[in-house]
Design a protein around this ligand. Structure first.
Ligand code: C5P
Length: 357
């Protein structure tokens, strides 16, 4: 049976396309308090956006789903999927980090593979924009080019969600303001408002309440990517096991990191880095100890597990030092891959298509 669609109530026509780029993050400070009754933990965190990006291209397909479109020609590493659960018909293709074609098939669910149905957070973000704008029928193709490692403690999924919010708003010309997008972002996940904003920010509550911080200077990071991902809830659960009965007060304040950011001195910032989830991540991935110590021995001025891991983040003294550190770290063979990035980076923004000049 052929389904007919009422004219979609949005400003996009077939072939319209928008590309949005969204950054990864590293937690400079992640203080974690006790488990709350709602299953979350109060946190005090300082986040910095770094120049590892996911690009999301949102397109209104020219032809019906199931027939070929010009929007995406699947390649060996594409992972096409679709969500047709409502009046929105959304197809997804993933290229790069986390594409199914990059990994051997396993029988167990793999958190490091990006899903392509309704469980893809970018798809959920598109649904929220449609709902907020009163769009009940639309077809959409989301092509994700992932440079941010998946389930790696760098908020890659959150970046995709932030990118989808901005892309759908631009594509459908829904004109949602930044405050509304930030509110939708917080509904999608604790870490989603930050890649929308970018820069360097203090996060409180479950991490979603952001305040700008006074930060000077540019910071040069080296990231050691690990094989496979870590599930954020699993790391928080391990944190609860490790801290059972001993954690009565709230999360540790971020004063040292905030003071270091005002100086712009990477050595001071490196010495002030804190991640309360690090012991839990190391319990789940003991091999990360060696990665951290290797980076320190190679001259990093700061070494920390990024968020819930398993990526290890190293702060270099400067740009040249970061190039040397990345090369040496890659040569040691302790990581799946090594990436360099600078922070702070900009938040999710349109880089091609509607909204650009
Ligand atoms: O907010 P989000 O859905 O991304 O969080 C995923 C999971 O991470 C939560 O279900 C919870 O287990 C854990 N979490 C937490 N405390 C936070 C943020 C996340 O316990 N502040």
């Amino acid at each position: 049976m052929t389904r007919s669609h009422p004219a979609p109530r949005h400003g996009a026509h077939a072939g319209s396309t928008v590309t949005v780029r969204a950054p990864a993050k590293v937690n400079l400070h992640l203080g974690v308090g006790p488990l709350r009754p709602d299953g979350y933990h109060d946190v005090i965190t300082v986040l910095q956006a770094v120049s590892l990006f996911d690009d999301l291209t949102a397109t209104v397909p020219a032809t019906a789903p199931g027939t070929s479109t010009t929007a995406s020609t699947p390649t060996a590493v594409d992972q096409p999927g679709s969500d047709t659960s409502t009046g929105l018909e959304i197809t997804v293709a993933v290229t790069g980090e986390g594409a199914a074609g990059n990994r051997p098939a396993t029988s167990t669910p793999d958190v490091s593979i990006v899903p392509t149905g309704l469980d893809n957070i970018a798809v959920r973000a598109a649904h929220l924009v449609a709902e907020a704008a009163g769009i009940t029928s639309a077809r959409l193709h989301l092509a994700l080019t992932k440079g941010i490692p998946v389930a790696a403690g760098m908020a890659g999924g959150s970046a995709d969600a932030a990118a989808a919010l901005v892309a759908c708003d631009a594509l459908w010309q829904t004109g949602l303001d930044r405050a509304t997008l930030a509110e939708l972002a917080a509904r999608l996940g604790s870490d989603v408002p930050f890649p929308l904003a970018g820069g360097t920010a203090l996060g409180t509550g479950r991490g979603e309440q952001l305040t700008d911080v006074l930060a000077t200077g540019e910071y040069y990071w080296v990231f050691a990517l690990a094989d496979g991902g870590l599930s954020t809830p699993a790391v928080y659960a391990e944190f609860d096991r490790l801290s059972e009965g001993r954690l009565r007060s709230g999360p540790t304040p971020a004063d040292d990191v905030l003071a270091a950011l005002r100086t712009g001195d990477p050595r001071q910032l490196g010495a002030a880095l804190v991640n309360d989830l690090q012991p839990a991540a190391l319990r789940l991935r003991p091999a990360l100890r060696r990665v951290l110590s290797t980076g320190t021995e190679l001259g990093a001025v700061g070494a920390i597990v990024s968020g819930s891991g398993p990526t290890c983040a190293f702060l270099a003294a400067g740009a040249t030092e970061s190039i040397e550190l990345a090369a040496s770290l890659a040569g040691m063979g302790v990581a799946r891959a090594v990436r360099r990035a600078a922070g702070p980076a900009a938040g999710a923004r349109v880089v091609a298509g509607a909204g650009t000049a």
